[in-house]
Ligand binder design. Structure first.
Ligand code: ZN
Length: 178
């Protein structure tokens, strides 16, 4: 146990430095590459163990299968990020990329393996701006295995306005369900 013993990624065993940007867990941490397999909407990983991370990766595989087979968006809103809505199945997801960007035949939301939510999982949204001109859109999510909020930052507030209008629509729909 030397004083200068380097930490290693619990998944790939790569050495990780003090400024590692990867996710931390109760019993170890991951390098930034391996953390890329986890949802960017999973913020509180420090409360979970590495075995939860493995379970999470399997759930992410289910998520991408649902995006491919059970999600058929009929409308989209905003630009960066873009909100994709399947009004028939009452599902939505939000990508970071532009709506018309795709990789060959693969839709952007599949390529990003965006977390898929039902309308009823949308709790609230908030838009705020900081002194340095950065606007932050936070979408609060409830009753989801790992996502509690989605956070988007941009210098241009109007990029979000289109989405917020739709958010009201989404919430209206989820209210009628009750
Ligand atoms: Zn790794």
């Amino acid at each position: 146990m030397g004083l200068f013993k380097k930490k290693r990624c619990a998944f790939c065993d790569k050495k990780i430095g003090a400024f590692n940007k990867g996710k931390r867990f109760t019993d170890g941490e991951l390098c930034s590459d391996c953390s890329g397999e986890l949802s960017s909407n999973w913020h509180d990983t420090v409360k979970y163990s590495l075995s939860d991370a493995i379970k999470h990766i399997n759930e992410r595989k289910n998520n991408i299968e649902k995006l491919k087979n059970e999600f058929n968006p009929d409308s989209y809103f905003g630009f960066r990020p873009t909100l994709f809505v399947d009004t028939e199945r009452k599902l939505f997801c939000i990508t970071l990329g532009g709506a018309r960007e795709s990789y060959g035949d693969v839709p952007r939301y599949v390529n990003e393996n965006c977390d898929l939510f039902s309308f009823s999982q949308l709790e609230d949204t908030m838009i705020s701006s900081s002194d340095n001109g950065i606007h932050t859109l936070t979408v609060f999510i409830r009753n989801h295995p790992w996502a509690t909020k989605l956070v988007f930052r941009d210098r241009i507030a109007s990029n979000y306005e289109d989405m917020l209008v739709v958010d009201a629509e989404l919430r209206r729909i989820s209210y009628t369900e009750k």
